[in-house]
Design a protein around this ligand. Structure first.
Ligand SMILES: C[S@@+](CC[C@H](N)C(=O)[O-])C[C@H]1O[C@@H](n2cnc3c(N)ncnc32)[C@H](O)[C@@H]1O
Length: 310
């Protein structure tokens, strides 16, 4: 399996994050280091702190970033540990922070077991080897809760039927592997001519999001990132999922002084903060040329915001 991941919107990331030379950048989702390399090349006096919760990705990035020597510090941490990571690096503030959400192609192609139904593997899906596995969710969670995960995180139209089928099958014997789960989903959701997605695609994505608490982590990360930016520093987030993009949009609204309470007529209780100014009125998306070159970039959306003076 080759270590392969083409970073998306690279020129746009550089244009939004590098406003001066000699900056300090955090790549909160290092992956194989593609965006980090672009940032370090664009600011040859800059330094970079890279985080990834997947240890093997961080080690692969370490090899790729070796030519940049002591300009680079890497830590195998979740981006919700941003403040601790910066303190350990001796940084009090950052001039640019990037989060390129989701997983890399290398992880999907086998570096993290269970993420894809293309290979028959144990249903694991954990990026950092901690917490609940996909097999535990599939075999132990109530059918109603499974249906919620598939519907909410996967936007799977047949969520309840798939969850009920899982409930029936696991009553006979536990569902242990990616192929067992993919076959079960395909038995409920028959592929139609012209379908470009495998019937189990949305189910697998939903389980990955649940296993790694991706939305919960993102919600905690965004205000932390705003907090540690230097005045004039920028935060850029690339999302691939409509729920993530909505969360980034709302967090940016909240951190730029807008109320995000539901319109229920009650007084505001979300306490908006005046920390950021949004610099992307609409999300930036890949050019047609990039989408043709790298079809995985098609759903990418970049939003950026700038820290206001103290
Ligand atoms: C889309 S890839 C990033 C690719 C990277 N920009 C590159 O150019 O190679 C996302 C990476 O973020 C990592 N990741 C996902 N959630 C994370 C989190 N909460 N904290 C730290 N790393 C995370 C994944 O392990 C994966 O390596």
């Amino acid at each position: 399996m080759s270590k392969n991941h083409e970073p998306v919107l690279t020129g746009e990331v550089v244009a939004h994050l590098i406003l001066k030379q000699g900056g300090r950048y955090v790549d909160a989702t290092l992956g194989l280091g593609g965006h980090s390399r672009a940032l370090l090349d664009a600011d040859p006096r800059g330094s970079l702190l890279g985080l990834d919760r997947h240890a093997a990705s961080m080690e692969a990035a370490r090899a790729a970033l070796r030519p940049y020597g002591c300009r680079v510090t890497l830590q195998n941490l979740n981006f919700t540990d941003l403040s601790e990571a910066m303190a350990a690096a001796g940084w009090t503030a950052a001039d640019g922070i990037l989060a390129d959400l989701g997983i890399s192609r290398w992880q999907l192609e086998g570096a993290v077991p269970g993420l894809s139904f293309q290979r028959d593997e144990p249903l694991d899906m954990r990026l950092d080897g901690t917490g609940v596995t996909a097999a535990e969710i599939v075999n132990d969670w109530p059918v109603r809760e499974l249906a919620r995960v598939l519907k909410e995180y996967g936007e799977e139209p047949l969520a309840l039927r798939i969850a009920r089928r899982i409930g029936e099958v696991r009553g006979q014997a536990p569902i242990r592997t990616t192929h067992e789960l993919a076959d079960l989903v395909a038995s409920v959701k028959h592929p139609r001519r012209g379908d470009s997605l495998h019937p189990a695609t949305l189910t697998f994505m939903a389980l990955r999001i649940a296993v790694n608490s991706e939305l919960d982590r993102l919600e905690r990360f965004l205000p932390l990132a705003a907090e540690v930016l230097a005045p004039g520093g920028r935060l850029a987030v690339i999302s691939f999922h409509s729920l993530e993009d909505r969360m980034v949009k709302r967090a940016f609204q909240h951190l730029s002084g807008h109320c995000i309470c539901p319109p229920d007529g009650l007084p505001c209780r979300c306490a908006p903060r005046h920390q950021l100014k949004v610099v992307t009125r609409k999300p930036v998306t890949p050019s047609e040329a990039e989408q043709r070159r790298n079809p995985l970039s098609r759903s990418a959306k970049l939003r950026a915001a700038e820290k206001l003076p103290a």
